[in-house]
Design a protein around this ligand. Structure first.
Ligand code: NJP
Length: 242
C-alpha cells in the first residue's frame, strides 16, 4: 500500500515474519537488528521494497540514524514496529547479576523509547503514523526468574500508552500486541535455560510467527483504525481450549 514500515528485531522470529507480511501487502520495509548478514539475506529475499539497516537499538544515536536511513530509502515513515526484544540472562531476582540485569531493560524498554523518540518527530511532522509495540503477558503477570523481562514489558506497555496519550490528537496511534507463546529463538532460549519453562506447550502448539505478523498488518489497516485501542492479545492453544 506504499506505506513505509520500520521493524526492529527484523533479523529473525516475529520481526522477520512481520517484514515479509508488510512487504507482501505492498509496503516498503526498513529492517533493523544487529545481525548484518541475516538482515542482508532477508532484504535480498524481499527485494527492492526492503532495506537492511544494522543497528543496536539500545543505543539512541544508532536508532536515530536508522530512522534517517529509512527516510533516505523511502522518503517517509508511516509505521514503527517496536519488536526487538531480549530475555537472557534468565535468573531469580535474588541471584541476578547486577551488571547483566539491565541489558534486557536497555533493549526491551530503552530500545522502545529510542524508537519512539526517533520516530515521533518524523510522524508528527508528516501529520500521523502508527506505533506498534510487541508486548507480553509478562507485562501484567510476574513470571519466576524473569524480573528484568517483566519489568521491561510493563514499562514498554506504559510507554506505548504514553505515546498514544500525548500524540493521538495529532494523528498518531500507538498500540500494543501481546503475541502469546510464539515459535521463535526466544522460546528456545527460555527452554534451554532450564530454570522455568513457563509454557508447557508442545512446540507444534506454539503460535507461528506469521500469525502474529498478520495481526500486526491488520492492526495498521483501515479495519482496525478507530476500532482498536490500547492492547490486543493472541491466546495460546491451551487457553483457547478452555
Ligand atoms: O524473538 P527472537 P521473538 N538491537 O529472539 C533483535 C516478544 N514476545 O521474535 O540484533 C537490535 O527470535 C534480534 O536481532 P539481533 C519479545 O519479547 C515473544 O520471539 O540480530 N535488535 C532479533 O531479531 C520480543 O519483543 C514471545 O540479534 C535486537 C529479535 O530482537 C518480540 O516478541 C512472547 C537487539 C528477537 O528475535 C520478538 O521476539 C511474548 C538490539 N540490541 C512476547 N537485541 C514468544 N516468542 O513467545 C535483540 O509474549 N534484537
Amino acid at each position: 500500500t506504499g506505506k513505509s514500515v520500520l521493524i526492529t528485531g527484523a533479523s529473525r522470529g516475529i520481526g522477520a515474519a512481520a517484514a515479509r507480511a508488510f512487504a507482501a501487502e505492498g509496503a516498503n520495509v526498513a529492517l533493523v537488528a544487529r545481525s548484518r548478514s541475516a538482515l542482508a539475506d532477508l532484504a535480498g529475499e524481499i527485494g527492492p521494497r526492503a532495506v537492511a539497516i544494522p543497528c543496536d537499538i539500545s543505543r539512541y544515536w544508532e536508532m536515530a540514524q536508522a530512522v534517517q536511513a529509512c527516510l533516505t530509502a523511502f522518503g517517509r515513515l508511516d509505521v514503527l514496529v517496536n519488536n526487538a526484544g531480549a530475555i537472557e540472562p534468565i535468573a531469580h531476582l535474588a541471584e541476578a547479576d547486577p551488571d547483566a540485569w539491565g541489558q534486557v531493560i536497555d533493549v526491551n524498554l530503552k530500545g522502545v523509547f529510542h524508537g519512539m523518540r526517533a520516530a515521533l518527530p518524523v510522524m508528527l511532522a508528516a501529520g500521523g503514523g502508527t506505533i506498534l509495540t510487541i508486548g507480553s503477558g509478562a507485562a501484567q503477570n510476574p513470571v519466576e526468574a524473569w524480573s528484568h523481562y517483566c519489568a521491561s514489558k510493563a514499562g514498554a506497555l506504559m510507554l506505548t500508552k504514553m505515546a498514544d496519550a500525548e500524540n493521538s490528537a495529532q494523528g498518531i496511534r500507538a498500540l500494543s500486541l501481546s503475541p502469546g507463546t510464539v515459535a521463535t529463538q526466544m522460546q528456545r532460549e527460555i527452554k534451554a535455560s532450564g530454570i522455568n519453562p513457563v509454557s508447557q506447550l508442545d512446540w507444534e502448539d506454539h503460535i507461528p510467527p506469521d500469525w502474529v505478523a498478520r495481526a500486526l498488518v491488520w492492526m495498521c489497516g483501515a479495519e482496525a483504525d478507530g476500532y482498536l485501542g490500547g492492547e490486543a492479545s493472541l491466546r495460546d492453544p491451551d487457553l483457547r481450549r478452555k
